[in-house]
Write a protein that binds this ligand. Structure first.
Ligand SMILES: Cc1cc2nc3c(=O)[nH]c(=O)nc-3n(C[C@H](O)[C@H](O)[C@H](O)COP(=O)(O)OP(=O)(O)OC[C@H]3O[C@@H](n4cnc5c(N)ncnc54)[C@H](O)[C@@H]3O)c2cc1C
Length: 327
């Protein structure tokens, strides 16, 4: 039987930030992920500077050999309506590639990595968790995204939740596409749906293009995406074919609250359903909740009762607002 003090299920930004926050605590930390990194993640790959600040990442150091597109403005419109360009004169966001970014965070987390291993069995035995009948731990952190098995263990019913459903395609442009592409790297384009239930984007990151659309209404998403792509082509913004878009779903903070705290268990990131309702930004809340969970775990000093861990909910509501947090 393998063992550790804290097992984090999921090595995305939430899980790796939690492990990074626990470095130097003396606790033995392991991250379990069903995939092998670097791995792709369906995402626009837009981050706000706070993500880098919170994780003490120097943008210049990160940009060595990796994609980091500074964003200094936005071009916004309703799909098909007049466009407005707003400039801020300095980087107010960055474009990253999740394939690189998540791998970078995971490798600097300091945790022992258990990759290519899905959590498929979870049980409580005394004051320990037993994962997949072969890993023992005292404390469990669910960071496995929207469909996290730890969240399901705590009662999440994904099929009944109100989610943002989104699709994107990210691809490297060839020489011809690079000259034909009118989208500016520093000024991504955002296109709001006429019913304001979501928005599409065209986001250039050096020689990569990310085209996608997300909506608070998962019905007929593929139809909305297809119409959006048709519009982009007709408007000359996408003068070539993009690969087939891939989709995923996630929860906005406060819309369908999940139970985030239990006996010796916390949920972070998408597993807890924390994306910003106004923008759909999920990476920053994933990082911040991972760091808050690390603080709570260290402060618990080995006593991981639900009562002791419950301050995590207070910290989250202080940080993200105070919708009716369940559980
Ligand atoms: C199309 C789209 C575009 C988006 N664009 C943006 C954007 O531009 N900016 C932004 O801030 N947010 C964006 N988001 C949201 C953002 O992607 C998520 O909020 C963010 O990835 C959450 O990070 P996380 O670490 O909680 O989960 P994830 O990044 O989903 O990581 C979860 C990890 O858990 C692992 N896992 C899952 N199940 C298991 C299991 N059973 N056992 C072991 N491991 C498991 C997975 O392999 C994965 O590595 C977008 C989302 C979508 C769908």
């Amino acid at each position: 039987m393998d063992s550790c003090d804290v097992l984090i299920v999921g090595g995305g930004p939430a899980g790796s930030s939690c492990a990074w926050g626990l470095r130097g605590s003396g606790l033995r930390i392991a991250i379990l992920d069903k995939q092998v990194f670097p791995r792709n993640k369906v995402c626009g790959g837009w981050i706000t500077p706070a993500v880098l600040d919170e994780l003490r990442i120097d943008p210049a150091e990160y940009a060595q050999g990796r994609t980091l597109q500074p964003i200094t403005g936005f071009r916004t419109s309703y799909i098909g309506g007049p466009e407005i360009e707003t400039h801020y004169g300095e980087p107010i966001s960055y474009g990253i590639r999740r394939f690189e970014f998540d791998d970078y965070l995971l490798n600097r987390s300091g945790a022992r990595l258990l990759q290519s291993q899905a959590l498929n069995h979870l049980e409580r035995s005394g004051d320990e968790w037993i994962v997949n009948s072969r890993i023992r731990c005292r404390m469990l952190v669910g960071a496995g995204g929207t469909f996290c098995p730890v969240a399901r263990f705590l009662g999440a019913k994904v099929s009944r939740e109100i989610v943002v459903a989104a699709q994107e395609a990210e691809f490297e442009m060839d020489e011809r596409q690079l000259t034909e592409c009118s989208i500016s790297g520093p000024v991504p384009e955002l296109f709001f749906c006429s019913d304001m239930k979501g928005y599409g984007w065209c986001f250039r990151k050096h020689n990569l293009l990310n085209v996608g659309l997300g909506r608070m209404d998962q019905h007929q998403l593929s139809k909305h995406v297809a119409e959006f792509v048709t519009f982009l082509k007709a408007a000359g913004k996408l003068p070539f074919d993009a690969p087939h878009a891939l989709g995923h779903a996630y929860l906005l903070f406060g819309v369908t609250p999940r139970q985030m705290v239990g006996e010796a268990v916390l949920l972070i990131g998408d597993a807890a359903g924390l994306a910003y309702p106004q923008s759909g930004e999920g990476i920053r809340p994933a990082v911040e909740s991972g760091l808050l969970a690390a603080k709570v775990i260290v402060a618990a000093k080995g006593c991981y009762s639900r009562e002791k861990l419950d301050c995590y909910r207070t910290l989250l509501s202080e940080r993200f607002g105070n919708p009716a947090l369940s559980g």
